[in-house]
Design a protein around this ligand. Structure first.
Ligand code: ADP
Length: 161
């Protein structure tokens, strides 16, 4: 049984993430989508909302589970969950330059390998931050995010319903 972790903050989940998770699930028997929170960052969506959007989108798929990563190292999360590998999507050479030292560190820490999947050109322009910006300025992001994310991105602020 080969198990891999797809980590990210998923603030919010978008179709580029989904494409990588789907391809990862063709390579491994089990995928854990690990939703991370970095205390140094501010998020548009709470950890509960990010988990809920991932669950609404993915939990019907066989072999995929969604978990909060919690505090601590990704390498330790992988060891605790018996994961053989981390899967990361790579959009650009800048992504790779950022990811390679982390991949090497994670391997040195617990032996977990990182598998890089090249982003499909149809999705390589997608990032959570760009989608939040376009959405906040009224752009149509419906083709780039799953339905549960679109619903929350376009919901009126509380009190204005
Ligand atoms: P971060 O954890 O840096 O906030 P994200 O949560 O946005 O990053 O992304 C999680 C993972 O998904 C990262 O491995 C990132 O490289 C990958 N990823 C993000 N956007 C895309 C995309 N459009 N295509 C492929 N992979 C992507």
């Amino acid at each position: 049984m080969r198990r891999a972790v797809c980590p990210g903050s998923f603030d919010p989940l978008h179709n580029g993430h989904l494409e990588i998770i789907a391809r990862a699930s063709n390579l491994f028997d089990e995928i854990i989508v690990a939703v991370s929170t970095n205390p140094a960052k501010t998020y548009r969506f709470s950890i509960d909302e990010r988990l809920q959007m991932a669950r609404e989108t993915l939990s019907a798929l066989r072999g995929i589970t969604i978990e909060a990563m919690g505090e601590g190292l990704l390498a330790d999360f992988c060891r605790r969950h018996g994961a053989d590998a981390i899967v990361k999507g790579v959009r650009t050479s800048a992504d790779l330059a950022f990811e390679v030292p982390m991949a090497t560190m994670n391997r040195h820490l617990t032996g977990v390998e990182t598998v890089f999947l090249a982003a499909d050109p149809g999705y390589a322009h997608l990032s959570s931050s760009l989608l939040k910006e376009v959405g906040s300025l009224g752009g149509d992001i419906s083709g780039f995010v799953p339905r549960s994310v679109y619903r929350r991105m376009t919901a009126p602020p509380p009190g204005r319903a």
